[in-house]
Design a protein around this ligand. Sequence first.
Ligand code: BTN
Length: 233
Amino acid sequence: MIQIEGWNWFKLDEVGSTNDEAKKLLQNKSIITADRQTNGRGRRGRYWISISGNLFCSFILSAKPQQIGALSFIFSLSLLETINELNPKLDVSLKWPNDVLIASKKVSGILIEKGEGDFFIVGVGVNIKSHPKNPDLLYKSTSLKINNIQIDNDNFLKLYINNLNNNISLGFSTIKDKWLKFAKGLGEEIVVSLDNEQKTGIFTGIDDNGYLMLKTNNKIERIYTGDVFYKEQ
Ligand code: BTN
């Protein structure tokens, strides 16, 4: 175990999912990384294609119910800031609730799961060296390497932790304002795919719980979970 800026970092070789290892460890302010992940999970019951060489990590945090809504935004914003530091020229943006995009393509994924007690697990996958190229992906993907960022996983994680520590100390309204500056599609028509239906409307912002606000027929609907699609992808 390594101590790093207030976190305990556990490095593993191969796991099914770093989120599962985190659920077993349940130690506040700890991070688990693995070189290989054989059963990576994505949001909404999907699979996360875990190409060896990419970053797979899970953060364990004890959080009060009122802090949980902020986690998606803190972790995605910090990731975007890290990428921006490494190459300020890239077209980076954020897709609700917690995807980071480079030139509209997904470079990372975040999966937040509840652990026992008041623990939350934030699983983060970053395409550092390569990205899946399957034609049937829900979203087009990309990697840091293909965008001229050459960095090893450990150094990337250290920079990320630094940004996380800064953002964790901020209140949600500050995080929300920072996040919205990079939000893709704000003020534009988007489609949100829910479990059994699709809703089209104007993406007007996020509320104080982190719900997406969608204006449809002059009323604002608040969306708790779903997949966002833009007009052009
Ligand atoms: C998504 O965009 O659907 C979320 C993907 C989250 C992937 C990461 S990789 C590390 C951690 N372990 C997992 O099994 N999933 C997350």
